[in-house]
Design a protein around this ligand. Structure first.
Ligand code: AMP
Length: 211
């Protein structure tokens, strides 16, 4: 049996058509079903539905053989025990620094002031500002990061931006791009070796579907 870990939401909407193109059709729509384990049209392949941030953990420990996770989540996880053989080129967005409209980010950074940055993406933010030599106090948030600069909790946020509508609606502007983000196929390293005969055809089918 091969288990593929997926999360609900944005990635799932674009993942299901890709899986279908690779010959894996879910027996129920994971978005509407309450089931957490879903069989597929492909014998010996099932989907397990977990939180986006838990996808790499399930695959790392071998509770799932494969998974689909955003590169933002993989940076935070660290990628231990995982192969990342395929960029699925879906759920694309950008990880950005954003500030209140009118806040002079360039000046604040140039002056070497300690910047307060609120984010869910501590690892990516830490690496980004360290590489720039900017001192930051990072504040961990779990959601609604856009509120932080508006309420004085932070000077800046690090968050995913897709259309830019959320920033605009909250009088924020993008100040800097940290990374281009897309969903990646991840594979448990042991499963890749020990279940090669089952895993490789799935990898090949997904590679063709991406193309
Ligand atoms: P947008 O208004 O289209 O720029 O989307 C921004 C909001 O959607 C923010 O709250 C982001 O955290 C979230 N978001 C954007 N793209 C993604 C993605 N690929 N995966 C998960 N969340 C996203």
């Amino acid at each position: 049996m091969i288990s593929i870990a997926l999360s609900k939401g944005r990635i799932l909407d674009e993942t299901l058509p890709l899986l279908e193109a690779a010959g894996i059709v879910a027996s129920e729509n994971p978005d509407t079903s309450r089931k957490l384990i879903i069989t597929t049209s492909r014998a010996g392949v099932r989907l397990i539905i977990v939180r986006a941030t838990d996808v790499p953990t399930y695959v790392q420990y071998g509770a799932a053989d494969l998974g689909i996770a955003g590169s933002d989540i993989l940076v935070e996880h660290g990628g231990i025990g995982l192969y990342q053989p395929l960029d699925l080129k879906i759920a694309r967005c950008r990880l950005m620094v954003a500030v209140r409209k009118g806040f002079d980010y360039e000046r604040a950074v140039r002056q070497g002031a300690r910047l307060r940055v609120a984010t869910k993406y501590l690892q990516a933010a830490r690496e980004h500002f360290a590489a720039k030599g900017v001192h930051v106090d990072l504040i961990k948030l779990y959601g609604s990061m856009e509120l932080a600069p508006l309420t004085g909790l932070a000077d800046a946020i690090v968050d995913l931006v897709s259309t830019g509508n959320t920033l605009k609606a909250n009088a924020l502007v993008a100040a800097e791009e940290i990374a281009q983000i897309s969903a990646r196929l991840i594979v448990n390293q042991a499963a890749y070796k020990l279940k090669r005969s089952a895993v490789q055809p799935l990898l090949d089918a997904l590679t063709r579907a991406v193309k």
